[in-house]
Design a protein around this ligand. Structure first.
Ligand code: HDC
Length: 280
């Protein structure tokens, strides 16, 4: 049995997560435990390790740490196999991978393996990158290591996208998403968001990754891994436009823009499909 933080979940948690990233009432396999194909969306894999106890404290690894200045920078997730369980107890063991000095900011990367408690079987692997504004300039390395898929830049092709999916987030997107485990006040409390430099609470990066990841899943099918960079912020209520390109090697490259501003909120993103991934 692995040591680490336990996460126990049931079907209710799966439905709450799916709703948090935009599942619709007509999508019964996402919102109804009685459906024969009931399942979490692949990006549910970011949830079990989310509150795992970190093997370090930010104050010990960077100068001037402030939770108000923390932004989610990148996320990489591997899904070991399908179907993803709809309940159970999982164990997550996080490791500090690197601390990079971007001058004004620090970039900290944590890798977490998640296994099934009973069998020890690997279920997910995550790499989470946080961008700590105001915590750089400590004389550290400027570049992180090359970690293959997890650090891949995923440049979008010149041609126009093969598939485009538009999805409006709701005003309540963040207040629902947070119930899946990320209670950061940045996403709900206007006063906290203001200290962080935002006019209004911003949407969780993992929420809009989930919305984009759902679009990719519904168009191309299951994937083994997904990588995104959070290139810009999203305010709940804004509309997301996800552009996807089918590439060789069973890959889909994608990016997501905020319709109202035209700005990129997800860049450098890609998935590696389980199968041929013919467009549905
Ligand atoms: O890209 C900017 C931005 O605002 N991105 C959006 C951030 C966001 O909205 N994230 C989601 C919401 S926050 C959230 O969900 C928090 C959550 O609740 C908790 C998560 C985890 C909790 C764990 C607790 C234990 C910004 C601000 C990130 C960067 O913009 P700039 O400052 O303009 O940076 P730029 O000049 O473009 O680049 C400087 C160097 O940094 C690298 N970089 C840029 N964006 C990055 C990034 N690295 C990682 N992630 C990103 N998103 C650049 O490559 C550049 O490095 P170099 O000079 O070496 O090329």
């Amino acid at each position: 049995e692995a040591s680490g933080s336990e996460f126990t979940f049931e079907e209710r948690d799966v439905m709450l997560y799916n709703l948090g990233v935009g599942a619709k009432k007509s999508e019964l396999s996402l919102v109804f435990e009685g459906d024969e194909n009931f399942q979490p969306l692949p990006t549910f894999g970011v949830i079990p390790p989310f509150n795992a106890e970190a093997p370090f404290s930010f104050d010990d690894i960077v100068p001037n740490f402030s939770p108000m200045m923390l932004l989610h920078g990148e996320q990489y997730l591997e899904i070991a196999s399908y179907p993803i369980p709809t309940s159970g107890t999982l164990i997550s063991s996080p490791k500090l991978l690197e601390v990079v000095d971007k001058g004004s900011a620090a970039v900290v990367k944590v890798g977490t393996t998640t296994t099934e408690k009973e069998t020890g079987r690997k279920v997910f692997y995550n790499e989470q990158t946080v961008f700590l504004r105001g915590s750089g300039g400590f004389g550290g390395e400027r570049k992180g290591a090359d970690r293959g898929n997890s650090t891949r830049a995923n440049k979008v092709p010149e041609r126009s996208p093969d598939v485009v999916v538009e999805e409006k987030t709701t005003e309540e997107q963040a207040v629902i998403y947070r119930l899946s485990g990320d209670y950061n006040p940045l996403h709900v409390d206007p006063a906290f968001a203001a200290v962080g430099g935002f006019k209004a609470p911003i949407l969780h990066g993992l929420c809009f990754m989930g919305i984009a990841g759902k679009a990719v899943y519904q168009k191309f099918g299951p994937y083994k891994n997904i990588k995104v960079r959070f290139a810009g912020t999203v305010i709940p209520g804004q509309t997301l436009i996800t552009e996807m390109w089918k590439e060789g090697g069973n890959r889909v490259v994608f990016q997501t823009k905020v319709k109202e501003t035209g700005k990129l909120c997800i860049g450098g993103a890609g998935v590696e499909l389980v199968g041929e991934g013919k467009e549905k």
